[in-house]
Write a protein of this length. Sequence first.
Length: 291
Amino acid sequence: MVGSPCALCRQAKKLELSHIVPKFVIRYLKKTSVVAIRNMQNPNKVVQDGEKHYLLCGDCEDLFSIYETKFANTFFHPYMKDNIKEFNYDSNIYYFLTSVSWRSLYLDILDFVEHSQELGLDTETLDCLIASEKEMRNYLLKNQSTANGIEHHIFFFEDIKNITNELVETRPHTTFHRGIVSYTFFNKELKTYATITNMMGIILFTLYNKGQNEKWINTEIINGTGVISAENQIIESVCINELVEILNNAKKAVLETSDSQKEIINNRVKDKLEEFKNSKTFEDLKKDFNL
Ligand SMILES: [Zn+2]
């Protein structure tokens, strides 16, 4: 929205077109893609640059980009390119994760408020989301030292050897490793509210409220120093349903791809066959065919 104040500092400054999922992820996905990136909602439309909104002023963009670079250099690229599985982190990573989920939550709240009836959104859930957004914003503006009441968890979608029959066709490796998505969801009965962001297999869950009896083992990123590794991670939570949802949506998107679009993709692959055979996409497809 041109003309609105900056979503973070709330000052009436010129807004930039901001990415929801950080730029470096989109850049890396493009760089390692042989065929163009397709939008999950509309598989027939080629998306050049991921989702963008007029959200932040230049100063707030610059502030966020410092932390994006830190995460890109210490987590994202070492994991993607060098097969690093263990990461030492400090509070800069907590800041980065907060900034990612906050962007997504901010936009989702606008949407939730507008469509609360269709979505069956109750006041308790909405109040919690609004309070979390405010907590995160105050922390991101450095008015307070942490974002109270929220938890960040990272789940690494590693290679898998098997999956339940219904999900084999969803191509899980390709879907998560070659995918980008971010949105907020809620389960009113269990009272779990969270934002999920998939950054090519590094999946961030930010919990605003956690239902009872959930288990999150070796996944949390605290606001301080710690170590996290892409091994022995266990999640027992309704949040897992969202992973299944993402898989099913990906399958649907493939089914809905028009024949003419399929032909364009096939021709592009044929034109660049050698490049395709050496690509990460091909590696993931092979893993999916072996399930
Ligand atoms: Zn600003």
